[in-house]
Design a protein around this ligand. Structure first.
Ligand code: ZN
Length: 136
């Protein structure tokens, strides 16, 4: 089941500059910075009520964020929905005809298991499913 919007991901050229900008906008600082090496990104998170804003900066030239910024410039990159059972949701959505970009859940920032749905099957919106990893 899809529960709520967990976060909105925004692609930025400079995490440092954008952290300052969003700090001014929100009147509060990011609560964490985290690199996800497997994705070639560095991220920061802001908390607004129950929803987060994730800023993503590319750390490699072949990361999805570099490609996105080259093509479209900075801006909203994805919307992430929290799910209670990511494997079940992936099966369900695939059966419904959505294309999964990764066929197995993968590790994302902020202690999450994630899966992306291809924007060509979601009206051009890159959608991330995420589930909090259970404590080890
Ligand atoms: Zn995300």
């Amino acid at each position: 089941m899809i529960k709520k919007i967990e976060h909105i991901g925004i692609a930025v050229k400079s995490l440092q500059n954008s952290n300052e900008l969003f700090k001014k906008l929100f009147g509060g600082s990011h609560y964490k910075i985290e690199a996800v090496e497997s994705e070639g990104v560095s991220t920061s998170f802001f908390m607004l009520g129950g929803t987060k804003i994730e800023l993503l900066e590319a750390t490699t030239s072949d990361s999805a964020i570099s490609k996105f910024i080259d093509k479209k410039g900075e801006g909203i990159h994805h919307i992430a929905f929290e799910v209670d059972d990511i494997n079940k949701e992936m099966d369900r959505l695939q059966t419904e005809g959505f294309e999964l970009i990764n066929k197995q859940p993968k590790n994302g920032a902020d202690n999450k298991q994630i899966c992306f749905l291809h924007p060509k099957t979601t009206n051009g919106v890159l959608i991330e499913l995420c589930q909090e990893k259970s404590p080890a």
